[in-house]
Design a binder for this molecule. Sequence first.
Ligand SMILES: [Zn+2]
Length: 438
Amino acid sequence: MENFKIQLFSTSQLGGVLDIGYTAEQSEVVTDLLLLFNAQFDIEKQSIGMDYKHQYTEEFKERLNDFINKYKKILPQIQGLAQKFTKLKPDEWFFTLPPIDLNTKQKYALEKELNQLNGIESEITNSDIESLFSGVMDNYEIVTFDLDKDKKIKIGEGLKNKRVCRFCKLQSPDVSFKKEAHAISEALGNKKLVLNEECDLCNEFFDEYVERDFVFYHDLVRTMFGIKNKENKTPKMKGRNFEFFKDEDKNLNVAIVSVDESGKSQEPPKSVSFNTDNKIRVQNIYKALCKFALSVMGEEFLDYFSDTIDWIRNENVAERLPKIAMLNSYSFFTERPEVTLFFRNNDNYELPFLVVEFRFTYYMYIFIVPFSSKDKVNFLDESEYQTFLNSFNHIRAKGDFSFVDFSENIERELKYTINFEQRETNKSMQPTAKAAAD
Ligand SMILES: [Zn+2]
């Protein structure tokens, strides 16, 4: 007999499945739990009725405390329940649902209902949302990661002797799993998403040949925003003609090697180009993004990406890759990397099977994971790519995305161009930086 479970749902942090470890037959505790949520028992009809809509009122808080006090000795884990609920605002509405997996559309509908109950008005109207996101919601399941939790999120098999590496498919004792492998490079500030199923050899290979280039590419923003690496340090950049670092007062310093021989003081430059001495291959940026996606996805999807894995781990070169939609904006600024996966849930082969949104500092990348066995076209053709964009209408609607080709696989020196912009409001400099390998 399965345990009795209730799923909690709110727009705040309250969420997840509540499992008190009892089956419905072990009636008293389950009955009390149901009473906590105002269930009505009809003995004649042998039925239980419970409204799924609840409010975090003072009265509910009292009932919750009574329930916890009554059972905390035999169910120590329920003490955390009061803490969980404190994330709700007074009188905030939340839902109790059966413990089923909700798809993206269902979640969206429930959130909409909750926002209405809680009187939250969105700046964009519902019809705006429908027109921007319906192409995504009708065709994709969205997977996000709750990185606000304090704990690490460990992906894949916990037991080392049972682990199979996602990338080389080997297991112990042929490969070892001694190092903690980060699903997204630690140098990008990811301390939480850990991949159990990455062997030490693959970890080393990706570090050195794939992720390293991605990290170099973002060195400037890592320095600008003080992103901490493995050693908990923020990088200081030094190239042939510049130095770039944050001082103890967190001021950003740019020292430029002047080539002016006259010694006159000059106006600060509006735009400066820096040579880093670091060499990268642009295709590795695309490989690294795909490596992050393969690291966080559920293992049930891995079989569809054998060719993608082959491409990223064997120094294989793809001749051409789909363009990546890129946006630089302070409006979604995030210090730690965030990743969202969009899996197609139907057989509409005009759309890519997996699309990923990756955000880091003011960079947003939206890309197709190539070479999936679930895809019948490769989205290299302009018309194929446009069909994809039609479905991801929010990319198209925001005119400031650029579509960048990351196919090139020639090792080139990385250069930065920084534009300094004088802001009238606070007179501070808010630099935007672009990296390019050319
Ligand atoms: Zn491996």
